[in-house]
Design a protein around this ligand. Structure first.
Ligand code: Z5A
Length: 213
């Protein structure tokens, strides 16, 4: 592998879209090409981030204000960028991240109605210009995603939101993908896991070739 900067791949999608399922296959595909990879997630990925995750997903945090939720997402992200993402990319290794800043635009912006301009300001400040090279958006109708996720047992603080909330999240993701077609690759995630993985690896192949050459 060359000593150039690594690639940053993020995965996004609504509830039950199949990110966790895809991550395993994607990781195997990338590593099979001899690429050194760090897998992480948001909120989380650092000791602080995992503590934040515990708070924002805790159903007992009923009174958490939308503004506080947004700031906590960016607190986790600021730490992840500095502690994990930036150092890893600088070493020429890849980052595979389950959600990144697009999730805040979709959930806190679209879902909770927080101003997009404010989210953009936070992104500029917290992310130090770090933007994914490729974002795979797993797009699935809300009813299908929720039906898949419902088999998992106790719902977290965000999973208990209404269908209307998740429709707004989905619409926000699709709008972001339409606005940035060179970064986003939208995958029809209502298909089988094998089809979703095949689509994702096709989207990744040019970055793999670039890294290997
Ligand atoms: N959040 C936020 O609000 N703001 C932010 O800035 C960030 C996050 C970063 C945690 O995210 C929550 O934080 C999330 C957004 C919010 N809240 N919600 N809702 P998370 O990514 O850790 O959790 P999640 O969104 O709840 O992910 P998930 O529901 O676990 O979805 P998934 O990983 O995409 O799905 P999965 O576990 O791979 O699959 C779910 C089930 O479907 C499972 O039984 C699979 O076997 C099945 N599955 C998967 N793919 C398929 C296909 N293709 N066909 C059929 N069945 C499938």
């Amino acid at each position: 592998m060359t000593s150039t900067r690594g690639k940053f791949i993020s995965l996004e999608g609504g509830e039950g879209a199949g990110k966790s399922t895809l991550l395993a296959g994607l990781r195997e595909y990338i590593e099979s090409h001899g690429i050194d990879l760090v897998q992480t997630r948001e909120p989380g990925g650092t000791a602080l981030g995992e503590a934040v995750r515990g708070i924002v997903l805790d159903p007992a945090q009923k009174g958490l204000a939308a503004e506080t939720e947004l700031l906590l997402m960016f607190a986790s992200r600021a730490q992840l960028v500095r502690e994990v993402i930036e150092p890893t990319l600088s070493e020429g290794r890849w980052i595979l991240c389950d959600r990144f800043a697009d999730a805040s635009y979709a959930y806190q912006g679209g879902g909770r109605g927080q101003p997009l301009q404010r989210i953009a300001e936070l992104e500029r400040w917290a992310c130090k210009g770090v933007v994914p090279d490729l974002t795979l958006l797993l797009d699935v109708p809300v009813a299908i995603g929720r039906a898949r996720a419902s088999g998992r047992g106790d719902a977290d603080r965000i999973e208990v939101e209404t269908d209307a909330f998740f429709e707004r999240v989905r619409a926000s993701y699709r709008a972001r993908a339409a606005a940035e077609p060179s970064r986003f690759h939208v995958i029809d995630a209502s298909r089988s896991p094998a089809d979703v993985l095949a689509d994702a690896t096709r989207a990744l192949s040019s970055l793999v070739v670039e890294t290997r050459s």
